[in-house]
Ligand binder design. Structure first.
Ligand code: SAH
Length: 210
C-alpha cells in the first residue's frame, strides 16, 4: 500500500538534497502511514511533521532523512535515539541494518510504541526513562540522534559517544533550534557543524528543559 506515494516522497527528498542511497532506500521501504494516527494516514506521505497524541509529533520526513544522513553510519553500527515517539525514526535506522537503542520518557507513548515494535517484529531496544542521561549499559554508541529540542548538549550523551562517532541534536529555544552535528575526534574533543532552522518539541529532563 502507498508505494507510489512513498516513491514520490523519496523523489522530493532527493530534490531537497538528500543523497545517501541507504537513507532513501529505507524511507522507500518503511510504511510511514503505519506510524501515524488513522486520521492522519492521508497525510502520511506529505513532507510534514504530524501529531501523534500527547502533544508530540512524528518528525517531518526531510528532518528524519537529513539527521540520519548526517550520522554517517556504517552498517551494523550501534545507535542511540532519544525520543522514540512513533518509532518511525528508529524503524528507519533498523531498516538500514543498525543496532537500535531508543529511549522515550512519556510512559503512554512508550507502552504504545513498544507494543507496535513487538506486533511488527521490529528488533528495536526501547526503554522508558530520561534520555538526557543516556543508556550507559550499552555505551559507547557510534551514533546518537536526539529527536527533541534541547537547551544544551547533555554531557552524558557526549560521554556515551564512541570516538569517531557522531551525534545530531537540535539545540536552542523551545520553539526553534539549530541542528548541531558533533563529530567526536578524541575524548572530549568534537568538531561541530550546524544547520539552521528546525522546530522540535522540547527535550524534557535532567539535562534538558525542566
Ligand atoms: N523520533 C520520533 C519523534 C518523536 S517527538 C519519531 O520518529 O516519531 C519527540 C519525543 O521525545 C516525544 O515522544 C517525547 O515524549 C520524547 N522526549 C522528550 N524528552 C525526552 C527525554 N528526556 N528522554 C526521552 N524522550 C524524550
Amino acid at each position: 500500500m502507498y508505494e507510489r506515494e512513498r516513491e514520490d516522497l523519496v523523489i522530493s527528498l532527493k530534490e531537497k538534497g538528500i543523497k545517501d542511497e541507504r537513507v532513501l532506500e529505507a524511507m522507500n521501504k518503511v510504511p510511514r502511514h503505519d506510524f501515524v494516527q488513522s486520521v492522519m494516514i492521508p497525510h502520511a506521505y506529505k513532507d510534514v511533521a504530524l501529531p501523534i497524541g500527547y502533544g508530540q509529533t512524528i518528525s517531518q520526513p526531510y528532518t528524519v532523512a537529513i539527521m540520519t544522513e548526517k550520522l554517517k553510519l556504517k552498517e551494523n553500527s550501534k545507535v542511540l535515539e532519544i525520543g522514540t515517539g512513533s518509532g518511525y525514526q528508529a524503524a528507519i535506522l533498523r531498516e538500514m541494518g543498525m543496532q537500535v537503542f531508543s529511549i522515550e520518557r512519556n510512559e503512554d507513548i512508550y507502552r504504545k510504541v513498544q507494543k507496535f515494535f513487538d506486533d511488527n517484529s521490529l528488533r528495536i531496544h526501547c526503554r522508558c526513562s530520561d534520555g538526557t542521561i543516556g543508556w550507559s549499559e550499552f555505551a559507547p554508541y557510534d551514533g546518537i540522534i536526539v529527536t527533541a529540542g534541547s537547551p544544551t548538549i547533555p554531557e552524558n550523551l557526549k560521554k556515551q559517544l564512541n570516538i569517531d562517532g557522531r551525534m545530531v541534536i537540535p539545540v536552542g529555544g523551545k520553539t526553534s533550534q539549530i541542528l548541531k552535528i558533533l563529530h567526536k575526534t578524541a575524548e572530549d574533543e568534537f568538531d561541530i557543524d550546524e544547520i539552521a532552522n528546525f522546530a522540535f518539541v522540547p527535550l524534557i529532563g535532567r539535562e534538558g528543559w525542566n
